[in-house]
Write a protein that binds this ligand. Sequence first.
Ligand code: NAI
Length: 338
Amino acid sequence: HPPSLQMEENSGLRRSMCRAKGAAPGFKVAILGAAGGIGQPLSLLMKMNPLVSVLHLYDVVNTPGVTADVSHMDTGAVVRGFLGQAQLDDALTGMDLVIIPAGVPRKPGMTRDDLFNINAGIVRTLCEGVSRCCPKALVNLISNPVNSTVPIAAEVFKKAGTYDPKRLLGVTMLDVVRANTFVAEVLGLDPREVDVPVVGGHAGVTILPLLSQVKPPCSFSPEEITYLTNRIQNGGTEVVEAKAGSGSATLSMAYAAVKFADVCLRGLRGDAGIIECSFVASQVTELPFFATKVRLGRNGAEEVLPLGPLNEFERAGLVKAKKELAESIQKGVSFIKK
Ligand code: NAI
């Protein structure tokens, strides 16, 4: 062994001896696309998560630098870097959770669907790796268009015979995070006290905030409903335009990704009553995938919760959302099937 590996082995041995004294074991997490705009702050924040014992950072560029940098943080997780496709399998072997923010982001004037041609292939390659090396891992898929990349991932896993719908989760947490923030602003509340369910998918009209189900219970004027729905649906575009060509949401997305990964890990640990919105295989509507609240447990999304009562405005929004979602899902499925 080179000296650095030998030292890592020794420190691993010392750590497991410490753990035997009663410390929690922790989970192994890989981030694919770790050197990107989302990947870097996500790596930083996951290194701070006490539920993580091993953190694998994979990208096709720049992982040595990001890994060296993040590894100097004096938190518990052991950090290892992996560069290029030849190292994908090593990055994935033994992982409990794989977070995927790999792929190109939007520029002004682009829809998430415009990213399909590049990101579909990236997601396929990475999910083939998951099937080979950690078929039981939970997958948190961030790469856009989520409405199509989740169906792509499902088809890849089906082909490989490793598909478990409970373990594939499209990350729509940023829509919830934005909704909580914007609603709290209107209500004059602390955003941490607000819970807005956001259902449907993760693009434009498929992002459907259920303002009639906001907690704490409250009511909005018709003007407030229009303003909030538009702002939540176009929150991503607000950031893309403000960044003026240099990318899309990365910092708030990293925050949202970590918030979602943390609930997934707490579910894996066996904590009870963990409910969060996610885009998953679903029977809530006639579509094969849909975002609603799900209950997270040791096996991932163990229960997909129903929509709950919708008002007329939300029912009309649901019709629009489903129409666009059906097309995006089909596009993802045919990408693999053709
Ligand atoms: P970025 O371009 O800054 O970073 C992407 C990273 O992926 C780069 O480091 C790149 O080298 C890497 N990458 C490219 N091909 C790869 C491959 N085959 N394997 C591994 N890594 C690869 O983009 P950013 O801003 O980090 O966004 C990443 C994705 O996340 C985009 O598709 C974006 O649309 C999406 N996104 C999703 C959100 C959501 O709510 N689900 C919110 C914001 C962005």
